[in-house]
Design a protein around this ligand. Sequence first.
Ligand SMILES: [Zn+2]
Length: 281
Amino acid sequence: MHPISKFAIAMVLAVSLILSGCIEQPSKSDKLLVVATIQPVGEFVRAVGGDRVDLMVLVPPGAEPHTFEPSPAQMKRIENADLYVKNGAGLELWLERFSSKSRRVVDSSEGVDLIYLNGTPDPHIWLSPRCAMIQVENICRALVEIDPEGKEIYENNRDAYIKELRGLDEYLRSRLSGAGGRIFVVDHPAWSYLARDYGLVQVAIEEGEREPGPRRIGYIVKTVKDNNIKAILVEPEFNPKMAEVIASEAGCRVVEIDPLAGDYINNMRAVGDLIAESIGV
Ligand SMILES: [Zn+2]
């Protein structure tokens, strides 16, 4: 072969490699970009979406979802998302003004039997596995709608995850069965759905999102003593100072439970154990 044509072939090869490299590099991921507001809802998305979704969770660990403000970069990603999954039930009021720009929004609370307080829904639905099952169904339906090719995968994933949620539901039912009708005491009232679905009574230090006054504090101290409560359960997202004051007055401990932790199934098992222990069953 003539040396020049050899050179020419090498050049063509090199150019085609560069070109293909150039074409490949900026090619967008073919995964769906899904934005979820809180970690547990993100986990439901991941459980159903698997490899077909690229997930971003807005509220970072340790942040408080009721008063969260997304950064400008996060707002941009919300606008670019294929699907935006909110918990719903009024949790993400801070996001209402951006969500309309997103291509597709799913309210995962649709169909959940909501608890209302003074006409406002209690947003903490994900903290009962029975509500979580409905959220997972809603997420699956939305994914199938925007990506029908993945229907079988999504539905299989959904079924597998709902099976895990059923296992969790059974665990909580048996773990809390001895505590029927009993009171547990928390700082922030995030556990109303869990209390309703497993037959417990939640008493919260916080009163209408305000710091408790002396009467409320006296009432909580009396409740702890009268019911022989072993621990006040506090969330890591909130200042535990008031709970500590009340606990030392009432002679019980302060124990942390996290409504936003990762590893939803195992976290909720641990929550069930800690609530049971705080009641003394
Ligand atoms: Zn909350």
